[in-house]
Unconditional design. Structure first.
Length: 338
């Protein structure tokens, strides 16, 4: 089974820089690459995308690209992947010490509170260059090298990943022989249906003459080859996922959350935690229930459905199908939460 996706929360400055780099180089960042493989999920607070709309002319100029190129980079690479998550009601899901850290952040830098609140609630990796929100999320300060480590790696823009090239090569290798065969079979049929029929009969007859062990050897070789290709394609993504998992901030125990918050808040945090890491979303209420940790507070489907409708961080993209937040492409359309 594939590991959980790593939730990543980006702040406005990081998203601006990612879009700017992609617009200038016309390529995705590493952040986009791992999100496309579902090794990670990208989230942001609502004000982040509002600032994108407000300042895109200025930010485009900073990278020496046109506003149209900057907008195109966002639409192409980031808009389908970045989920905008309302933060209303999230603080009631937090432990007292988590809320206390946010109170300190309000004094130091109030603008970062929505992003930090979302990051803490999800137990996500914060993508920020600012020390104050990092401290609020992790509960302890860090040095500049640690703060910039994953920011620099995930913002890197280069040639297409080797795994993507390998995937393309694999698809071509598998489909090309079939395409060639279909092409020439079509030409033969148009030239002479009789000749096509004779050739087809000859091929079928030859196939019956091949011993069964030869078929088995060919099938085994094919499975081995595809297994090695799959390993070569997926191993870098799995390794990146494992490295990111180690960088996640500490997450409270479920017993502590149940003891310190309301039943709805604890159940909401559990739904948020699991859905934010799901590689397959949206998800039905029944599948969410099956994936939840045991909280011993009543977590049957009707109750989970009520909790999902209570908190704005959950979006019902279609009846009974839920996820955390919604892509910006759905901002002005699609089914709204009830």
């Amino acid at each position: 089974m594939a590991p959980d996706a790593v939730p990543i929360v980006v702040d406005a400055n990081i998203l601006h820089d990612c879009i700017g780099r992609s617009a200038k180089r016309r390529e995705p960042t590493a952040l986009v690459t791992i999100a496309n493989t579902r090794a990670a999920r990208i989230y942001c607070a609502p004000h982040v995308l509002a600032e994108f709309v407000k300042y895109r002319d200025k930010w485009a100029a900073e990278y020496g690209v046109s506003t149209a190129a900057y907008q195109e980079a966002f639409n192409t690479y980031y808009r389908p992947l970045v989920r905008r998550v309302p933060t209303d009601g999230l603080e009631e899901m937090l432990l007292p010490d988590e809320r206390a850290r946010l109170d300190v952040l309000r004094i130091e830098d109030a603008d970062d509170v929505p992003t930090a609140t979302l990051t803490i609630a999800l137990g996500a990796l914060p993508m920020t260059r600012d020390h104050a929100p990092w401290k609020a999320v992790h509960g302890a300060p860090t040095d500049a090298a640690t703060l910039h480590l994953w920011v620099d790696r995930l913002m890197n823009v280069g040639n297409r990943a080797e795994t993507e090239n390998l995937q393309s090569f694999t698809l071509v290798g598998v489909t090309a022989p079939g395409a060639v065969a279909i092409h020439w079979a079509g030409k033969l049929y148009r030239f002479s249906p009789v000749a096509f029929g004779i050739a087809a009969a000859a091929i079928v007859g030859a196939a019956f003459c091949v011993p069964r062990p030869a078929y088995q050897k060919a099938w085994d070789a094919l499975k081995t080859g595809f297994g090695r290709l799959d390993e070569a394609i997926m191993t870098p993504h799995v390794q990146a996922n494992e490295e990111l998992q180690h960088e996640l901030p500490p997450f409270p125990g479920w017993d502590d959350l149940v003891a310190a918050t309301s039943r709805d808040a604890a159940l909401g945090r559990a739904c948020l935690y699991r859905l934010a890491r799901s590689r397959r979303t949206p998800a039905t209420v029944s599948s969410i229930v099956d994936d939840l940790p045991t909280l011993d507070i009543g977590q049957e489907a009707p109750r989970v459905g009520r909790v999902l409708r209570r908190y704005p961080c959950f979006s019902e993209l279609r009846p009974q199908w839920w996820q955390v937040g919604r892509p910006e492409s759905f901002a002005n359309g699609g089914r709204r939460r009830r």
